[in-house]
Each structure stands twice: as structure tokens, then as C-alpha cells.
Design a protein around this ligand. Structure first.
Ligand SMILES: *Cc1c(COP(=O)(O)O)cnc(C)c1O
Length: 416
């Protein structure tokens, strides 16, 4: 794409033209779904347009974000990390949101919306279980029954999150069909929704999928960037030189970036999972290595082989382990407004350890990719102000850490 085209698309984005009437962000996004689903999605879109920016809904959501989620989350200066990197570092603390990550902003917003739309129950799907837990919590809070579809393999792998969902009152369905992981769970959840469109609300967990979800999820997560921008101005008297976030489906990143897109002086960087290499199946860096295609109802970048088959992915962090990416990121990538880089499993682990030691904060492995990308950028751009989206806390990652960092365990000292 040439400079002029990019500038024109950026201008349209800033004027709020995306998504357009077809749910497109430039050439990305849209609504690729079977006929039965299209009518359900159209009804949802109308509902979102009616309620999302309605004053009553905004007031209720704002109250619940404050009193139940614990917003605003702090902006924390990280002076010791900054000294290590030769930069001024600030962390937007989504790890301190209720249930330990940004996912609750979206789950709560959609659960409240479901109620307004007259739904009687909520359907969700989850891979690693984090979105399932956030959805179960939000549904309990608004008093709505909830069914979470999860691949049978994931139910085994993510036992603690399954237990959390049960305790929060969700019904968890282990999906035994297909690959018995996230993809099969998505199919099953859509099947349930299409069979019961009057009563059920489908609560999607990232800025992906068919229109209106990428837009709806962005609007609900933009609270991260709005708060961070105001807090940064108040704390430093200016804006950051760069804002950095990790990108799985892209919801925490689009939430952080959105309010900064018009700030020409603020660079934006998304960090994808570089995994253990650049080969097929070794990473989940969709914008770094993928090509455009259709996945889960949306036209965006996607990791696929020469025949268009969706590739296997790998990341040390389950939350980034997804072969697609939200369509708005595809647009931001293609016009060059956001740069997308990768951070490897090893870099993320090192960044996690550094953040623990320097700041007393245990970040999620997903968020550690943002730290790793920011650290690399700081080395090339000394003396800058860096805002990092710390999307979640790392307590859930203990099993992975004790497996991957055995040296530290063996080195534990014993007294007495
Ligand atoms: C799920 C998750 C992510 C990735 O999801 P996005 O939609 O890309 O934000 C990142 N960080 C944490 C802590 C997560 O739980």
C-alpha cells in the first residue's frame, strides 16, 4: 500500500468510519458466516448500536467497572526496569483488575449488554480458560446462567480454571468432537447459539470474529487506553513516546492503542508470540508471518499453509496461542500505524523474571511478551518514555514457570 492510501485510511479510521456498514476495517473484517448466523449477528449489531453508547448503559457499566472490577487500574512507574533499559517505563496495571487480567472489562460489558438485549443465558467458548473464568464471574455478577464450551483436551490441561468456572456457577461442556481444543469448542458454541438465538447471547472473548464483535470488544477495552492516556498526562505532563502491548487476538492491545491512534507523536507497537522459531507451527506471530484469509467469520491475517489450511501454532503463553488476529490490527499493520514484532518464549521468560526482580510484579507470560518487545525497543531508542500494557498477572503461569525455570527451583535456599 502506498503512503497516500495509508494516510487516507488512517484519516478515515480517526474519523470513526471503521468499521463501516459492512463491518469492515478497510478491506479487513466483515461478516463471513452461514445464513443462519447472519440474521443473529445482524440482530446483535442492532442491539449494540442501540445500547452501547446509551447514557444509562454507560452509567451502569462505569459503576460496575469501578465497584466490582476495581477500575481505574493504576499506572505504575517502573524506575528500576527503566534504569536497566535506559528508559522511563510506566506499566498500565490490568493485572490488578478483578480476576487478574483485562478480559473482565469485555466479559462484564457484554454480560450487561446481554441483559439489556433480553437474553436469558450466555454462551462462551474458552481455550486456556481465562476468558471462561472472566465470563463465569461476570455472569454470576449480573445473575445470568452461563455455559462455557471447552475442548476436552483443554479441560484436562486447564483443570484449575475449570474448577474456578464451576465455583463461579458456570456449566462447563467438554467438547469431544474435532480437534477437541479451541476450534471444536468454537464450532459447538456457535451451534448452540444458532439453535437458540432468542434466549442465548454469545459472549466472544477477543477483538476477533465476525462483525460486530471486533468493534464491540474494542469499545469495551478502550477503557484501558483512555485511563492510561489521562494518567500518563497527569503523571508526566505529556504523552509516552511509545505504547506497547502483547497481541493474541488483539483485545488488550487495541484497547490500549485506540485512544492514542490520533496522537502522531506516540508510536505504537504490538508484540506477538515468536515462540521457539520462525518455522511452521513454532510460533503464533500472525501479522509477522501470516497472510490474509478468512477465519472465524472475519477476513484478516491468518497463519495458513500454501493450501490455505490453518496452521498449528505454538506459544509458551496460552493466551497468545491463536492462528488469527483481529481485523483492526490487520488494518493498522497494513497502513503502518502500528508496528508488530515478535518476542520469543525465552525472551518472554527473561522479561518476566526481570520484572519480578526489579519491580515486585509478577506479569502474565502474555504480558511478558510486551515487556520483552519494549525492552528491545528501548535499547535502540535510548532515553524514551515507554507505556506498557501489563495485561494480566502471572499467578496462573506457575506450572509453566516451574517446568521451564528448574534452575531457580533447585537453587532455593534452605535455612535451619
Ligand atoms: C487472553 C490474554 C491475552 C491475549 O488476548 P488479547 O485478546 O490479545 O488481549 C493477553 N494477556 C492476558 C493476560 C490474557 O489473559
Amino acid at each position: 500500500m502506498d503512503k497516500q492510501e495509508s494516510a487516507a485510511l488512517l484519516q478515515r479510521l480517526l474519523q470513526g468510519e471503521f468499521p463501516d456498514d459492512h463491518g469492515r476495517f478497510g478491506s479487513f473484517g466483515g461478516c463471513f458466516a452461514p445464513e443462519t448466523l447472519i440474521s443473529v449477528l445482524k440482530a446483535l449489531e442492532a442491539g449494540v448500536r442501540r445500547h452501547l453508547h446509551d447514557a444509562g448503559f454507560a452509567a451502569e457499566l462505569g459503576r460496575e467497572l469501578r465497584d466490582w472490577v476495581g477500575r481505574p487500574t493504576p499506572l505504575t512507574p517502573a524506575p528500576r526496569l527503566g534504569r536497566n533499559w535506559g528508559a522511563e517505563v510506566y506499566l498500565k496495571r490490568e493485572d490488578l483488575a478483578h480476576t487478574g487480567a483485562h478480559k473482565i472489562n469485555n466479559a462484564l460489558g457484554q454480560a450487561l449488554l446481554a441483559k439489556r438485549l433480553g437474553a436469558r443465558r450466555v454462551i462462551a467458548e474458552t481455550g486456556a480458560g481465562q476468558h471462561g473464568v472472566a465470563t463465569a464471574a461476570a455472569c454470576a455478577r449480573v445473575g445470568m446462567p452461563c455455559t462455557v464450551y471447552m475442548g476436552a483436551v483443554d479441560v484436562q490441561r486447564q483443570a484449575p480454571n475449570v474448577e474456578r468456572m464451576y465455583q463461579l456457577g458456570a456449566r462447563v461442556v467438554a467438547v469431544e468432537s474435532g480437534d477437541r481444543t479451541l476450534r471444536a469448542a468454537i464450532d459447538e458454541a456457535f451451534r448452540d447459539w444458532v439453535s437458540d438465538p432468542e434466549e442465548a447471547y454469545y459472549l466472544l472473548g477477543s477483538a476477533v470474529g465476525p462483525h460486530p464483535y471486533p468493534w464491540l470488544v474494542r469499545e469495551l477495552q478502550a477503557v484501558i487506553g483512555r485511563e492510561a492516556r489521562a494518567q500518563f498526562l497527569e503523571m508526566t505532563g505529556g504523552l509516552p513516546d511509545i505504547a506497547v502491548a502483547c497481541v493474541g487476538g488483539g483485545s488488550n492491545a487495541i484497547g490500549l492503542f485506540h485512544p492514542f491512534i490520533g496522537d502522531a507523536g506516540v508510536a505504537l507497537m504490538g508484540v506477538e508470540a515468536g515462540g521457539r522459531g520462525t518455522g511452521l507451527g513454532e510460533h503464533s506471530a500472525t501479522l509477522g508471518h501470516g497472510r490474509p484469509g478468512v477465519l472465524h467469520g472475519s477476513y484478516s491475517f491468518l497463519l495458513q499453509d500454501a493450501d490455505g489450511q490453518v496452521q498449528e501454532t505454538h506459544s509458551i503463553s496460552a493466551g497468545l496461542d491463536y492462528p488469527g488476529v483481529g481485523p483492526e490490527h490487520a488494518l493498522l499493520h497494513s497502513i503502518g500505524r502500528v508496528s508488530y514484532v515478535g518476542a520469543s518464549d525465552e525472551e518472554a521468560l527473561a522479561a518476566l523474571q526481570e520484572c519480578c526482580a526489579a519491580e515486585g510484579i509478577l506479569p502474565a507470560l502474555e504480558s511478558s511478551h510486551a515487556l520483552a518487545g519494549a525492552r528491545r525497543w528501548a535499547r535502540d531508542n535510548p532515553g524514551k518514555r515507554i507505556l506498557i500494557g501489563l495485561s494480566g498477572r502471572g499467578d496462573k503461569d506457575m506450572p509453566t514457570l516451574s517446568q521451564r525455570l528448574p534452575a531457580r527451583q533447585a537453587g532455593a535456599s534452605h535455612a535451619g
